[in-house]
Design a protein around this ligand. Sequence first.
Ligand code: MD3
Ligand code: FE
Length: 199
Amino acid sequence: MTPLEIKGFRIYPAALNRAAQDRIIADVRDVLRQAPLFRPRTRRGPMSVRMSAAGEYGWISDTKGYRYEPNHPDGQPWPAIPGSIRALWDDLADSPRTPECCLINWYDEGARMGLHQDADEQDYDCPVLSVSLGAEALFRMGGTERRDPTVSHWLQSGDVVLLTGPSRRAFHGVDRLRPGPSPLFPEGGRLNLTLRVVT
Ligand code: MD3
Ligand code: FE
């Protein structure tokens, strides 16, 4: 599969067919039964995106700051990363490391994620792999400086994005969802999964 490359962001459109998306969603629902979505709070207030995670580490944020932790806020260890999701890393990431975190982001219709860099991982040379499921999202891609120009692209259900090289350090965000039902989520909303090496 040859990716669409925008500013070093490698986008694999429709990498997952409907059956593969259904398998992954069933596995994510299983994870969320054990590690329910929670709403991280930052110093700037509650996030509009709800989160959970699978793997050795999950990302949490509270009034003390944000960091990777081996346990859900409820005190339980995160469930294992489902094989259906880890398989995408083996196919596409071309990394000697194995992912230690599958971050799960749930977007309700009004949710967004402001422009940010992912900088809480110890090795920025390890790629990040992202999977979009459900409602389409307007994804904004910048450069390594916040002031750099940005380009926007609608991510669709089944698209996979590989962040490797300079794009791994680039600013990015999600401006908005396309509202309304999707085949995967008749009630609306979007799921984004990111596989990461954390340590
Ligand atoms: C570029 N998630 O979880 S996915 C995030 O759609 C995050 O939920 C967005 O930004 C979402 O941190 C965007 C694409 C993505 C994911 C991780 C990245 C782009 C990235 C890490 C580094 C650089
Ligand atoms: Fe990010």
